[in-house]
Design a protein around this ligand. Structure first.
Ligand SMILES: [Ca+2]
Ligand SMILES: [Ca+2]
Length: 269
């Protein structure tokens, strides 16, 4: 004869959820993962009572249970990238103990700028000892603040001495990390510590827009002239050792408000 379960003998058996202190090794959090503490109670009917299990308290500065965060405890998903964004900062909504992503961005909007040329110059010719022609154009510009800014255009390699490559060059997001090493056309915006701008304090590289040359002639009588249009400069960080560039994801971005024309006499290097 099969023995029948006896509720009250302190042994959990058959279809009993518990019996006395015997819960089969279960705790509150095993019954419902929302519980973060407390204890199970066994009713006289050998059924579990969760009245003494504890739910998380939003506001006790401990992120637990289903809380994403609580006060200063930002929990394990504190970064914007944990929520599908590229950059920015999170905060905790302390009413709901959920992460507030309103400070996160997929892309940083660019501030519109309208540079005024204060001075400009260019050098061009064969780099000493080299076989390739190169030009460097620099312009000290006023962006309407107290800082010193420089727009620099570097042209390498594919240029013909005395000639002109008029193909427009289009910049893309990929250029932010690629162009330092791989392209013949570099267009920088430099933020400078002082009027000499050596070295620049911050580097900005184009992620959009075009460079169109209209004149490119040799020193000493030639000119380097052209237009930048639709350029959006994004802050990059350049390694002094390797020259590699990486994007400062939430760093500043500056967009030309209209096409910008440059025109400088070329001097010999
Ligand atoms: Ca029993
Ligand atoms: Ca809490």
């Amino acid at each position: 004869m099969v023995p029948q379960p006896v509720c009250g003998d302190g042994v959990m058996e058959g279809d009993e959820e518990c019996d006395g202190d015997d819960f089969g090794g279960l705790f509150c959090s095993d019954v419902n993962d929302l519980f973060v503490g407390g204890y199970l109670y066994c009713l006289d009917t050998c059924q579990i009572d969760v009245a003494h299990c504890e739910l998380p308290i939003c506001g006790d500065d401990v992120a637990e249970g289903n809380e994403e965060c609580d006060g200063l405890d930002m929990g394990p998903t504190a970064d914007c990238t944990d929520h599908g964004f590229r950059c920015g900062y999170t905060s905790c909504d302390n009413d709901t103990c959920t992460i507030d992503t309103s400070g996160c961005f997929m892309e940083v909007p660019c501030d519109s700028i309208d540079p005024v040329i204060l001075s400009e110059w260019a050098i061009g010719g064969y780099v000493e000892g080299g076989s390739e022609y190169s030009y460097v154009y620099q312009s000290l510009v006023d962006l309407g603040d107290t800082r010193t800014w420089v727009i620099q255009i570097e042209l390498y390699g594919d240029l013909v001495p005395g000639g002109l490559n008029t193909d427009p060059v289009t910049f893309t997001e990929e250029d932010l990390t690629m162009n330092l090493a791989s392209t013949a056309h570099l267009v920088f915006l430099f933020e400078c510590m002082d009027p000499d701008c050596d070295p620049p304090m911050k580097y900005y590289s184009p992620k959009a827009g075009t460079l169109q040359l209209t004149s490119l002639e040799e020193a000493p009588t030639g000119v380097l002239a052209g237009t930048l249009d639709g350029i959006e400069w994004k802050q990059i960080r350049v390694s002094g050792e390797t020259g590699d560039a990486s994007v400062v994801e939430c760093g500043p971005c500056y967009a030309l408000s209209s096409a910008w024309t440059f025109d400088a006499t070329v001097n010999s290097p």
